[in-house]
Design a protein around this ligand. Structure first.
Ligand code: HEC
Length: 271
């Protein structure tokens, strides 16, 4: 029995240790978001601003193929109206076809379309970016970790949005010694998970995107907004999940109470 138990524990531990443990980089900056904690929700205005940053800047290189335009008006998301969503979709160009002559053609996006890739194929994407392919951003905040260690992550979450925030705000001049090793067309970023030299040029600078709600648009603000938006694209049902989880806990608490009295009643003759 003891042996079985220790095997089980060993198995669980092995399972919980992140697969990328070998690649531990600089821990992300520990900024906080409105959607953290068991009751945290997304800040709608922030998601709308984050969308704008993605649209005006990131979508020039990155696709977001698991998110459809119609999702922008879903409950628990940025809460654009259906009309706004239609208009936003139409600002993208989508490949469709073939038409009756067998040709592919371009048309404006519809709410049912998914965010398109700015490049026709991965080869074109690599060629335009010094050999590196800009990854799809739909799930990036789940695919990267901001801090390391199983216990740390159990308590603080994996820190995906913080990683994206730190990456965007984390460009700096390498010191003299490192500068000598600088590969051509790469930039120094100590937060980058795979080795500090990244092919993405610093994507954002102060004041680059103007927000409709007049919110501040320093590099720091825009990086917060776009990373929050990417947290939503990676987990669009987060608010629903938390609500359901809370209801389940209440249900279980009531059930446990009832069971206690049932047990007392059933065993009452024997005591
Ligand atoms: C000029 C093109 C370009 C723009 C604009 C751009 N990126 Fe990138 N991005 C890249 C490339 C290329 C890579 C791959 C870098 C590499 O592997 O060295 C990348 C990688 C990334 C990564 C993954 C890093 C990792 O850990 O693998 C994230 C996250 C990211 N970009 C976020 C953004 C965000 C957010 C924006 C908008 C604010 C943005 N990018 C704008 C080209 C771009």
């Amino acid at each position: 029995m003891k042996k079985k138990l220790s095997l089980l524990v060993a198995g669980l531990v092995a399972f919980a240790v992140p697969a990328k443990a070998a690649e531990e980089g600089t821990p992300a900056k520990g900024i906080s978001y409105s959607f953290e904690g068991p009751f945290g929700t997304f800040d709608r205005a922030q998601l709308q601003r984050g969308y704008k940053v993605y649209k005006e800047v990131c979508s020039g290189c990155h696709s977001m193929k698991y998110v459809a335009f119609r999702n922008l008006s879903d409950k628990g998301g940025p809460a654009f109206t259906v009309e706004q969503t239609k208009a936003l979709a139409a600002t993208f160009t989508v490949k469709d076809g073939p038409d009756k002559d067998g040709n592919m053609f371009d048309r404006p996006g519809l709410p049912s379309d998914y965010f398109p890739s700015p490049f026709p194929n991965p080869e074109a994407a690599a060629a335009a970016n010094g050999g590196a392919i800009p990854p799809d951003l739909s799930l990036i905040t789940k695919a990267r970790e901001g801090w390391h260690g199983t216990f740390n992550q159990l308590v603080n979450g994996i820190g995906g949005p913080q990683y994206v925030y730190s990456l965007i705000t984390g460009y700096s001049e390498p010191d003299e010694a490192l500068k000598k090793e600088q590969p051509e067309g790469k930039y120094y970023n100590k937060y980058f998970a795979s080795g500090h030299w990244i092919s993405m040029p610093p994507p954002l600078a102060d004041g680059q995107v103007t927000f409709d709600d007049g919110a501040p648009n320093t590099l720091d603000d825009m990086a917060r907004d776009v990373s929050a938006y990417l947290a939503w694209t990676a987990e669009p049902k987060m608010e629903e999940r938390k609500q359901t989880g809370f209801m389940v806990l209440i249900y279980l608490a009531v059930l446990a109470g009832l069971m206690y009295f049932v047990k007392k009643r059933v065993w009452s003759d024997l005591h």
